[in-house]
Write a protein that binds this ligand. Structure first.
Ligand code: NAP
Length: 265
């Protein structure tokens, strides 16, 4: 028997969207460590392969597929890949997301649509396809959505579209949990605070802000974190591994805030 007790993911199969880098990669590593088979579904297939080489060399069971979560058949593609690689699916982590920082007064409808499509609509329809597979398999499952503290409280100017999408993820999580409880499928979300990732390190293209303004904004953001540091992808990976395990069997529709205490400040 595994020494992991209720937190073991041995014999479980998971898919993580956007798992090639950042928070998704942090989640992939912790799920694999806990014993799960993990499929990374990401736009950046090469990156997924490169970043998980060490995990695989250490005995982790990781497969990769190139996927745009906005494809109309993204959910069906994921289910087919999970069946092909691992025979089924027990855990879905909806992590892929974008956060262009554009003040609403400068916002183009196409940018707004893209944010909603990637962050909310794709998450919902991938949940539909994978959730249906979990129902058909008859052995329950765990769905973990990556929301944001911005879905609960706005953190800075320029994220109106993003905050609307993540607020949508919060309420989608709660309502889908209502629907899936009868099938033994838990649906929860994590609301991360500021996490150091390639995405947050990238320049804020289109924000219209100078470097000085951006630095000042980041300093002000960090000053509001009681734990005194930005989070790391592993801070989210550890909580996702818990929510994916039987340790969380009686939790559903919950939004777990992982932000170093920022929302308390
Ligand atoms: P990141 O560093 O930008 O990584 C995101 C990954 O998702 C990338 O590998 C990206 O691929 C992939 N991706 C983007 N669009 C995709 C699509 N249409 N289909 C498939 N894969 C796609 O992002 P992150 O900071 O780790 O954020 C991950 C999630 O956490 C997002 O949902 C984000 O909103 C949420 N979050 C992040 C923070 C934070 O501070 N970092 C805080 C709260 C919530 P490409 O690089 O090829 O585009």
């Amino acid at each position: 028997m595994s020494h992991w007790g209720p937190y073991s993911l041995h014999d479980k199969s998971a898919v993580v969207t956007g798992g090639a880098m950042g928070i998704g990669l942090g989640i992939v590593k912790r799920l694999a460590e806990a014993g799960a088979n993990v499929l990374i579904a990401d736009l950046d297939y090469e990156c997924a392969l490169r970043e998980t080489k060490d995990v695989v060399a250490g005995g982790g069971k990781v497969a990769c597929m190139a996927l745009d979560v906005t494809a109309a058949d993204a959910g069906a593609q994921i289910v087919a890949a999970m069946v092909e690689n691992f025979g089924g699916v027990d855990i879905l982590v909806n992590n892929a997301g974008i956060y262009p920082q554009v003040p609403m007064l400068n916002m183009e409808p196409g940018v707004f649509d893209k944010v909603i499509q990637i962050n909310l609509k794709s998450l919902a329809f991938i949940s539909k396809a994978v959730g249906q597979k979990m129902v058909d398999q008859g052995r329950g499952g765990k769905i973990v959505n990556i929301a944001s503290i911005d879905g609960l409280h706005p953190s800075m100017i320029g994220l109106a579209a993003y905050d609307a999408s993540k607020g949508g993820v919060v309420m989608f999580t709660k309502n889908f949990a209502l629907e899936m409880g009868q099938y033994g499928v838990n649906v929860n979300a994590i609301a991360p605070g500021g996490i150091n990732t390639p995405g947050t390190a990238a320049p804020l293209a289109g924000s219209g802000m100078t470097q000085e303004q951006m630095d000042a904004m980041m300093d002000a953001f960090k000053a509001r974190i009681p734990m005194g540091r930005m989070g790391e992808p592993d801070d989210i990976g550890k909580v996702a591994a818990f929510l994916a395990s039987s340790g969380a069997d009686y939790m559903t529709g919950e939004i777990v805030v992982v932000d170093g205490g920022m929302l308390q400040s």
